[in-house]
Ligand binder design. Sequence first.
Ligand code: HMG
Ligand code: MG
Length: 308
Amino acid sequence: MPRYPDRVQIVEVGPRDGLQNETLPVPTPVKIEFIRRLVSAGLKQIEVTSFVHPKFVPQLADAVEVIAALPEGDGVCYSSLVPNEKGLDRAIESGVKRVAVFTAASDTFTQKNIRMTVDESLDVFAPVVSRAIDAGLTVRGYVSTCFVCPYEGDVDKTRVGTVTKRLLAMGVDQVAISDTTGAAVPTDIFETVGHLLDGTPAEKLALHLHDTYGTALANVLVGLELGISTFDASAGGLGGCPFAPGASGNLATEDLVYMLDRMGIETGVEVAELVNAADVVAGALGRALPSRNWQRLRGSCGDAAGSV
Ligand code: HMG
Ligand code: MG
Protein backbone atom coordinates (compact mmCIF):
# COMPACT_ATOMS: atom_id res chain seq x y z
CA MET A 1 0.00 0.00 0.00
CA PRO A 2 1.46 3.46 -0.87
CA ARG A 3 2.02 5.83 2.06
CA TYR A 4 -0.70 8.49 2.13
CA PRO A 5 -0.83 11.60 4.36
CA ASP A 6 -2.93 11.20 7.56
CA ARG A 7 -4.67 14.49 6.93
CA VAL A 8 -5.52 16.61 3.90
CA GLN A 9 -6.29 20.36 3.76
CA ILE A 10 -9.08 21.31 1.41
CA VAL A 11 -9.22 24.77 -0.11
CA GLU A 12 -12.87 25.34 -0.99
CA VAL A 13 -13.12 27.45 -4.14
CA GLY A 14 -16.88 27.09 -4.75
CA PRO A 15 -17.89 30.70 -4.00
CA ARG A 16 -15.16 31.98 -6.40
CA ASP A 17 -14.31 29.41 -9.10
CA GLY A 18 -17.68 27.68 -8.68
CA LEU A 19 -19.68 30.82 -9.39
CA GLN A 20 -17.44 32.98 -11.63
CA ASN A 21 -18.53 31.27 -14.84
CA GLU A 22 -22.27 31.31 -14.08
CA THR A 23 -24.17 33.83 -16.16
CA LEU A 24 -27.29 33.90 -13.95
CA PRO A 25 -26.48 36.41 -11.19
CA VAL A 26 -26.44 34.78 -7.74
CA PRO A 27 -27.65 37.31 -5.14
CA THR A 28 -25.15 38.28 -2.42
CA PRO A 29 -27.29 36.87 0.46
CA VAL A 30 -27.37 33.50 -1.34
CA LYS A 31 -23.57 33.54 -1.59
CA ILE A 32 -23.33 34.33 2.12
CA GLU A 33 -25.67 31.47 3.04
CA PHE A 34 -23.59 29.17 0.79
CA ILE A 35 -20.43 30.24 2.62
CA ARG A 36 -22.12 29.88 6.04
CA ARG A 37 -23.02 26.27 5.21
CA LEU A 38 -19.50 25.58 3.91
CA VAL A 39 -18.18 26.72 7.29
CA SER A 40 -20.73 24.43 9.02
CA ALA A 41 -19.45 21.57 6.87
CA GLY A 42 -16.05 22.03 8.52
CA LEU A 43 -14.08 23.84 5.80
CA LYS A 44 -11.28 26.03 7.14
CA GLN A 45 -9.99 27.63 3.94
CA ILE A 46 -12.53 29.20 1.63
CA GLU A 47 -11.83 31.36 -1.44
CA VAL A 48 -14.85 33.61 -1.43
CA THR A 49 -14.51 36.05 -4.33
CA SER A 50 -12.20 37.96 -6.71
CA PHE A 51 -11.11 41.57 -6.94
CA VAL A 52 -10.90 41.42 -10.72
CA HIS A 53 -12.54 43.84 -13.14
CA PRO A 54 -16.34 43.42 -12.81
CA LYS A 55 -16.66 43.93 -16.57
CA PHE A 56 -14.80 40.62 -17.12
CA VAL A 57 -16.39 38.63 -14.27
CA PRO A 58 -19.74 40.28 -13.47
CA GLN A 59 -20.81 37.45 -11.13
CA LEU A 60 -18.19 38.57 -8.59
CA ALA A 61 -18.86 42.31 -8.82
CA ASP A 62 -20.16 42.18 -5.22
CA ALA A 63 -16.74 41.21 -3.79
CA VAL A 64 -16.76 44.03 -1.22
CA GLU A 65 -20.28 43.19 -0.04
CA VAL A 66 -19.42 39.48 0.25
CA ILE A 67 -16.30 40.14 2.33
CA ALA A 68 -18.24 42.56 4.57
CA ALA A 69 -20.94 39.96 5.33
CA LEU A 70 -18.75 36.89 5.87
CA PRO A 71 -19.86 34.71 8.77
CA GLU A 72 -17.53 34.51 11.77
CA GLY A 73 -15.91 31.13 11.42
CA ASP A 74 -13.85 29.50 14.13
CA GLY A 75 -10.36 29.42 12.62
CA VAL A 76 -11.69 29.89 9.06
CA CYS A 77 -9.38 31.65 6.61
CA TYR A 78 -11.18 33.48 3.81
CA SER A 79 -9.29 34.47 0.68
CA SER A 80 -9.79 36.31 -2.58
CA LEU A 81 -8.12 36.48 -5.99
CA VAL A 82 -6.28 39.68 -6.96
CA PRO A 83 -4.86 40.22 -10.46
CA ASN A 84 -2.91 43.47 -9.92
CA GLU A 85 -2.25 46.44 -7.60
CA LYS A 86 -5.73 47.84 -8.11
CA GLY A 87 -7.19 44.48 -7.03
CA LEU A 88 -4.90 44.45 -4.00
CA ASP A 89 -5.99 47.98 -3.01
CA ARG A 90 -9.62 46.85 -3.11
CA ALA A 91 -8.80 43.66 -1.18
CA ILE A 92 -6.91 45.49 1.59
CA GLU A 93 -9.74 47.99 1.89
CA SER A 94 -12.26 45.14 2.21
CA GLY A 95 -10.39 43.65 5.16
CA VAL A 96 -9.76 40.19 3.64
CA LYS A 97 -6.68 38.57 5.22
CA ARG A 98 -5.50 36.27 2.43
CA VAL A 99 -5.16 36.94 -1.29
CA ALA A 100 -4.12 34.88 -4.29
CA VAL A 101 -2.28 36.06 -7.39
CA PHE A 102 -2.83 34.05 -10.55
CA THR A 103 -0.84 33.47 -13.70
CA ALA A 104 -0.24 30.45 -15.94
CA ALA A 105 2.39 28.36 -17.67
CA SER A 106 1.25 29.40 -21.17
CA ASP A 107 1.18 32.92 -22.63
CA THR A 108 -1.94 32.69 -24.81
CA PHE A 109 -4.18 31.69 -21.90
CA THR A 110 -2.61 34.35 -19.66
CA GLN A 111 -3.20 37.02 -22.31
CA LYS A 112 -6.86 36.05 -22.63
CA ASN A 113 -7.31 35.73 -18.86
CA ILE A 114 -5.52 38.79 -17.47
CA ARG A 115 -4.32 40.61 -20.59
CA MET A 116 -0.62 40.13 -19.87
CA THR A 117 2.06 37.62 -20.83
CA VAL A 118 3.28 35.28 -18.10
CA ASP A 119 6.48 37.34 -17.65
CA GLU A 120 4.51 40.60 -17.51
CA SER A 121 2.18 39.10 -14.91
CA LEU A 122 5.12 38.06 -12.73
CA ASP A 123 6.47 41.62 -12.95
CA VAL A 124 3.04 42.92 -11.90
CA PHE A 125 2.77 40.42 -9.03
CA ALA A 126 6.16 41.06 -7.40
CA PRO A 127 5.10 44.39 -5.82
CA VAL A 128 1.56 43.05 -5.20
CA VAL A 129 2.95 40.15 -3.14
CA SER A 130 5.41 42.29 -1.18
CA ARG A 131 2.83 45.00 -0.45
CA ALA A 132 0.29 42.37 0.64
CA ILE A 133 2.82 40.79 3.02
CA ASP A 134 3.81 44.23 4.38
CA ALA A 135 0.10 44.89 5.03
CA GLY A 136 -0.10 41.66 7.10
CA LEU A 137 -1.87 39.50 4.51
CA THR A 138 -0.79 36.03 3.44
CA VAL A 139 -0.51 35.26 -0.27
CA ARG A 140 -1.13 32.19 -2.38
CA GLY A 141 -0.18 31.79 -6.05
CA TYR A 142 -1.91 29.92 -8.87
CA VAL A 143 -0.27 28.56 -11.98
CA SER A 144 -2.98 27.77 -14.54
CA THR A 145 -2.57 25.54 -17.63
CA CYS A 146 0.09 23.37 -15.94
CA PHE A 147 -0.72 20.41 -18.18
CA VAL A 148 -2.76 21.51 -21.21
CA CYS A 149 -3.44 25.05 -22.47
CA PRO A 150 -6.80 25.49 -24.24
CA TYR A 151 -4.98 27.51 -26.94
CA GLU A 152 -1.46 26.05 -27.11
CA GLY A 153 -1.97 22.36 -26.22
CA ASP A 154 0.50 20.38 -24.11
CA VAL A 155 2.55 22.42 -21.64
CA ASP A 156 6.19 21.69 -20.83
CA LYS A 157 6.76 20.80 -17.15
CA THR A 158 9.95 22.90 -17.05
CA ARG A 159 7.86 25.99 -17.82
CA VAL A 160 5.58 25.12 -14.87
CA GLY A 161 8.69 24.72 -12.72
CA THR A 162 10.08 28.13 -13.68
CA VAL A 163 6.82 30.00 -12.98
CA THR A 164 6.27 28.12 -9.69
CA LYS A 165 9.78 28.95 -8.47
CA ARG A 166 9.38 32.63 -9.36
CA LEU A 167 6.12 32.85 -7.40
CA LEU A 168 7.66 31.13 -4.36
CA ALA A 169 10.70 33.43 -4.55
CA MET A 170 8.33 36.44 -4.37
CA GLY A 171 6.98 35.17 -1.05
CA VAL A 172 3.75 33.32 -1.81
CA ASP A 173 3.36 30.57 0.80
CA GLN A 174 1.80 28.01 -1.56
CA VAL A 175 1.37 27.51 -5.29
CA ALA A 176 -1.76 25.82 -6.63
CA ILE A 177 -0.71 23.71 -9.61
CA SER A 178 -3.81 24.04 -11.73
CA ASP A 179 -5.37 21.84 -14.38
CA THR A 180 -7.48 24.61 -15.87
CA THR A 181 -8.90 22.50 -18.68
CA GLY A 182 -9.37 19.35 -16.58
CA ALA A 183 -7.52 17.41 -19.27
CA ALA A 184 -4.69 15.99 -17.12
CA VAL A 185 -4.44 12.27 -16.44
CA PRO A 186 -2.45 10.51 -13.68
CA THR A 187 0.75 10.22 -15.75
CA ASP A 188 0.68 14.01 -16.32
CA ILE A 189 0.47 14.62 -12.57
CA PHE A 190 3.24 12.14 -11.93
CA GLU A 191 5.51 13.82 -14.52
CA THR A 192 4.87 17.48 -13.76
CA VAL A 193 4.36 17.40 -9.99
CA GLY A 194 7.20 14.88 -9.69
CA HIS A 195 9.42 17.39 -11.54
CA LEU A 196 8.33 20.25 -9.24
CA LEU A 197 9.06 18.20 -6.13
CA ASP A 198 12.68 18.00 -7.16
CA GLY A 199 13.67 21.13 -5.21
CA THR A 200 10.29 22.29 -3.84
CA PRO A 201 8.80 20.87 -0.61
CA ALA A 202 5.42 19.17 -1.07
CA GLU A 203 3.74 21.45 1.49
CA LYS A 204 4.44 24.44 -0.78
CA LEU A 205 2.28 22.89 -3.50
CA ALA A 206 -1.46 22.31 -3.85
CA LEU A 207 -3.40 20.67 -6.67
CA HIS A 208 -6.28 22.61 -8.24
CA LEU A 209 -8.10 20.16 -10.49
CA HIS A 210 -11.00 20.60 -12.86
CA ASP A 211 -12.93 17.47 -13.77
CA THR A 212 -13.84 17.90 -17.44
CA TYR A 213 -12.90 14.34 -18.41
CA GLY A 214 -13.63 12.64 -15.06
CA THR A 215 -9.96 12.19 -14.16
CA ALA A 216 -9.73 14.53 -11.16
CA LEU A 217 -9.98 11.89 -8.40
CA ALA A 218 -7.46 9.66 -10.16
CA ASN A 219 -5.18 12.70 -10.30
CA VAL A 220 -5.71 13.33 -6.57
CA LEU A 221 -4.56 9.79 -5.86
CA VAL A 222 -1.29 10.37 -7.69
CA GLY A 223 -0.90 13.69 -5.86
CA LEU A 224 -1.36 11.91 -2.52
CA GLU A 225 1.20 9.29 -3.48
CA LEU A 226 3.65 12.09 -4.30
CA GLY A 227 3.07 13.64 -0.85
CA ILE A 228 0.72 16.51 -1.81
CA SER A 229 -1.69 17.20 1.04
CA THR A 230 -3.60 20.32 -0.08
CA PHE A 231 -6.33 20.02 -2.71
CA ASP A 232 -8.73 22.63 -4.07
CA ALA A 233 -12.33 21.65 -4.70
CA SER A 234 -15.73 23.19 -5.22
CA ALA A 235 -18.95 22.12 -3.47
CA GLY A 236 -21.41 20.74 -6.02
CA GLY A 237 -18.64 20.42 -8.63
CA LEU A 238 -19.38 23.82 -10.16
CA GLY A 239 -16.64 25.92 -11.67
CA GLY A 240 -14.76 26.94 -14.74
CA CYS A 241 -12.83 29.84 -16.12
CA PRO A 242 -14.58 32.19 -18.58
CA PHE A 243 -11.28 32.35 -20.52
CA ALA A 244 -10.76 28.57 -20.84
CA PRO A 245 -13.30 27.39 -23.40
CA GLY A 246 -14.37 23.76 -23.03
CA ALA A 247 -13.28 23.45 -19.39
CA SER A 248 -15.89 22.32 -16.91
CA GLY A 249 -16.31 22.33 -13.13
CA ASN A 250 -13.81 21.81 -10.36
CA LEU A 251 -13.38 18.51 -8.61
CA ALA A 252 -16.46 18.36 -6.33
CA THR A 253 -15.58 18.80 -2.65
CA GLU A 254 -18.06 16.14 -1.53
CA ASP A 255 -16.62 13.58 -3.98
CA LEU A 256 -13.10 14.35 -2.75
CA VAL A 257 -14.15 14.10 0.92
CA TYR A 258 -16.02 10.83 0.30
CA MET A 259 -12.90 9.24 -1.19
CA LEU A 260 -10.55 10.56 1.49
CA ASP A 261 -12.91 9.47 4.32
CA ARG A 262 -13.05 5.94 2.94
CA MET A 263 -9.24 5.93 2.68
CA GLY A 264 -8.98 6.90 6.36
CA ILE A 265 -7.52 10.32 5.52
CA GLU A 266 -8.84 13.04 7.80
CA THR A 267 -10.29 16.27 6.34
CA GLY A 268 -12.53 17.57 9.14
CA VAL A 269 -15.29 18.03 6.53
CA GLU A 270 -18.73 16.32 6.36
CA VAL A 271 -20.13 15.08 3.02
CA ALA A 272 -23.81 15.55 4.02
CA GLU A 273 -23.15 19.13 5.14
CA LEU A 274 -21.35 19.90 1.88
CA VAL A 275 -24.34 18.66 -0.09
CA ASN A 276 -26.49 20.86 2.11
CA ALA A 277 -24.27 23.83 1.20
CA ALA A 278 -24.38 23.00 -2.51
CA ASP A 279 -28.22 22.95 -2.33
CA VAL A 280 -28.15 26.72 -1.89
CA VAL A 281 -26.44 27.17 -5.24
CA ALA A 282 -28.61 24.55 -6.95
CA GLY A 283 -31.64 26.50 -5.72
CA ALA A 284 -30.31 29.82 -7.00
CA LEU A 285 -29.34 28.40 -10.39
CA GLY A 286 -32.48 26.25 -10.59
CA ARG A 287 -30.66 23.16 -11.76
CA ALA A 288 -29.00 19.94 -10.63
CA LEU A 289 -25.29 20.02 -9.84
CA PRO A 290 -22.65 17.79 -11.42
CA SER A 291 -21.16 16.23 -8.27
CA ARG A 292 -21.67 12.47 -7.88
CA ASN A 293 -22.52 12.76 -4.20
CA TRP A 294 -24.94 15.64 -4.71
CA GLN A 295 -26.75 13.50 -7.30
CA ARG A 296 -26.55 10.40 -5.07
CA LEU A 297 -28.21 12.26 -2.19
CA ARG A 298 -30.55 14.55 -4.11
CA GLY A 299 -31.46 12.62 -7.24
CA SER A 300 -29.95 13.25 -10.65
CA CYS A 301 -32.70 15.61 -11.75
CA GLY A 302 -32.08 17.69 -8.66
CA ASP A 303 -35.10 17.30 -6.39
CA ALA A 304 -33.48 19.83 -4.06
CA ALA A 305 -32.89 22.44 -6.71
CA GLY A 306 -36.27 24.03 -6.25
CA SER A 307 -36.49 23.52 -2.51
CA VAL A 308 -34.06 26.07 -1.11
P1 HMG B 1 -7.01 45.49 -18.10
O1 HMG B 1 -8.16 46.06 -18.88
O2 HMG B 1 -5.78 45.09 -18.86
O3 HMG B 1 -6.61 46.47 -16.91
O4 HMG B 1 -7.57 44.24 -17.30
P2 HMG B 1 -5.86 47.86 -16.94
O5 HMG B 1 -4.82 47.81 -15.88
O6 HMG B 1 -5.44 48.22 -18.34
O7 HMG B 1 -6.98 48.89 -16.47
C1 HMG B 1 -8.14 49.16 -17.29
C2 HMG B 1 -9.27 49.65 -16.39
O8 HMG B 1 -9.63 48.59 -15.50
C3 HMG B 1 -8.89 50.84 -15.50
O9 HMG B 1 -10.08 51.60 -15.30
C4 HMG B 1 -8.51 50.18 -14.19
O10 HMG B 1 -8.70 51.03 -13.07
C5 HMG B 1 -9.52 49.04 -14.15
P3 HMG B 1 -10.33 53.00 -16.08
O11 HMG B 1 -9.14 53.86 -15.70
O12 HMG B 1 -10.35 52.63 -17.52
O13 HMG B 1 -11.66 53.45 -15.55
N1 HMG B 1 -9.01 47.91 -13.35
C6 HMG B 1 -9.68 47.32 -12.35
N2 HMG B 1 -10.90 47.53 -11.82
C7 HMG B 1 -11.27 46.75 -10.77
N3 HMG B 1 -10.49 45.77 -10.25
C8 HMG B 1 -9.27 45.54 -10.77
C9 HMG B 1 -8.83 46.33 -11.85
N4 HMG B 1 -7.69 46.35 -12.58
C10 HMG B 1 -7.81 47.31 -13.48
N5 HMG B 1 -8.50 44.58 -10.23
C11 HMG B 1 -7.52 42.60 -15.52
C12 HMG B 1 -6.70 43.43 -16.52
C13 HMG B 1 -6.62 41.58 -14.91
C14 HMG B 1 -8.05 43.55 -14.45
C15 HMG B 1 -8.70 41.96 -16.28
O14 HMG B 1 -8.20 41.27 -17.39
C16 HMG B 1 -9.53 41.02 -15.42
O15 HMG B 1 -10.15 41.44 -14.47
N6 HMG B 1 -9.58 39.74 -15.80
C17 HMG B 1 -10.40 38.74 -15.09
C18 HMG B 1 -9.59 37.52 -14.90
C19 HMG B 1 -10.34 36.46 -14.13
O16 HMG B 1 -11.01 36.74 -13.14
N7 HMG B 1 -10.23 35.19 -14.57
C20 HMG B 1 -10.85 34.08 -13.89
C21 HMG B 1 -10.07 33.70 -12.66
S1 HMG B 1 -8.59 32.78 -13.00
C22 HMG B 1 -9.11 31.14 -12.97
O17 HMG B 1 -10.29 30.88 -12.93
C23 HMG B 1 -8.08 30.07 -12.94
C24 HMG B 1 -7.93 29.43 -11.55
O18 HMG B 1 -9.16 28.91 -11.07
C25 HMG B 1 -6.91 28.28 -11.62
C26 HMG B 1 -7.22 27.30 -12.77
O19 HMG B 1 -8.26 26.64 -12.73
O20 HMG B 1 -6.41 27.30 -13.70
C27 HMG B 1 -7.40 30.46 -10.52
MG1 MG C 1 -10.00 26.94 -11.54
